[in-house]
Design a protein. Structure first.
Ligand code: NAP
Length: 304
């Protein structure tokens, strides 16, 4: 594929940025890439890895001459970053981000950007529980969705170009408005993470089950909670601080359903439990049919 951008600048060089850098380089989607991160250690690692062509000390230097700027830092850091880069952005550049919430990012970033750039917020629905520049890999976005939430009055050509970039990295692209994005993600990602954090916390508190038993028998379901609950604490703190309304709404529904299941268990209402689990099984089948997970037993961990 021919290059879509002359110079792509990454602010933040963790899992998402490093995966993008690998995917962009592999597919030849940019002529050059620059990057920066908060700590000297991450910048040093990125230089050693030759993750991008040039690593700078500051975000201001990193964005100079870039026709695409990707903010890949935690959501809570984005406002300061936008303020810092704003005076240094090239005329006609596109600014995007990969933050897990969209309304709060738009409120934090958009007011600081000059009128001569195109701001197109984005969120790739792909990740692992690992962080940092060494955790990225080119296939991360392959057959995953990337949601773009363009603002009113956006530039269609800039949106097309960014869409092509995500497609070039193997992703499917959907457009949504930011409030809907935040609600969808509260259901599919944010609340499930909170539940996983809680379950792992409960197991840790429950002194009648020893730590070694929890670890030994974790394949019975708990292991998948622990993987999710190992996700980056900064990122997830920011998600709940910034997607408050939608998460609270879904959590409210969740606790109601949980109470209904609790009552069914107490009353021995097997029909309720069976009907509920039949419905949820069908949802799992839908996910597999949509190619978003493997049908292999135990998520493919069992080698046949
Ligand atoms: P990560 O691996 O922890 O990387 C975050 C990067 O941001 C690090 O390089 C960090 O620098 C840098 N950073 C933090 N504050 C900064 C600042 N003020 N200025 C410049 N750089 C700064 O995180 P990630 O998983 O790539 O997540 C990045 C973004 O992607 C987040 O907004 C998250 O919501 C979103 N996202 C994550 C996932 C996921 O599953 N992980 C999925 C989709 C979207 P240091 O290393 O020096 O601290």
């Amino acid at each position: 594929m021919s290059a879509l951008y002359r110079r792509v600048a990454f602010i933040g060089l963790g899992l998402i940025a490093s995966s993008m850098a690998h995917a962009i380089r592999r597919a030849g989607l940019a002529e050059s890439m620059t990057g920066t991160a908060r700590s000297p250690e991450t910048r040093k690692t990125a230089r050693e890895m030759r993750l991008v062509d040039e690593v700078f000390e500051t975000a201001a230097e990193t964005v100079q001459g870039a026709d695409l700027v990707v903010i890949c830092a935690p959501v809570g850091a984005m406002e300061d970053i936008a303020r810092e880069i704003a005076p240094h952005l090239a005329e006609g550049a596109t600014v995007t981000d990969v933050g897990s919430v969209k309304q709060a990012v738009i409120a934090a970033v958009d007011p600081h950007l000059p009128a001569h750039v195109h701001f197109i917020p984005g969120h790739p629905l792909a990740g692992t529980e690992h962080s940092g520049p060494r955790s990225g890999f080119a296939e991360l976005f392959h057959n995953r969705w990337c949601i773009l939430t363009p603002l009113e009055g956006h530039d269609p050509a800039a949106l097309d170009q960014l869409t092509s970039l995500w497609r070039g990295m193997g992703a499917n692209v959907d457009l949504m408005d930011a409030p809907h994005h935040d609600l969808v993600l509260a259901v599919t990602s944010h609340t499930p993470h909170l539940i996983a954090y809680t379950m792992v916390g409960v197991a840790d508190d429950l002194r009648r089950v020893t730590d070694s038993e929890v670890i030994k028998y974790s394949a019975a379901g708990f292991r998948d909670f622990t993987r999710i609950a190992a996700s980056d604490p900064t990122m997830w703190r920011d998600v709940f601080l910034t997607n408050k309304e939608a998460t609270l709404e879904i959590l409210g529904r969740f606790t109601e359903e949980l109470f209904a299941l609790q009552r069914a268990i107490r009353r021995g209402d097997g029909a309720h439990l069976h009907a509920y689990f039949t419905r949820t099984r069908a949802i799992r089948r839908g996910i597999i049919e949509a190619g978003q997970d493997t049908d292999a037993p135990d998520f493919g961990r069992i080698k046949s």
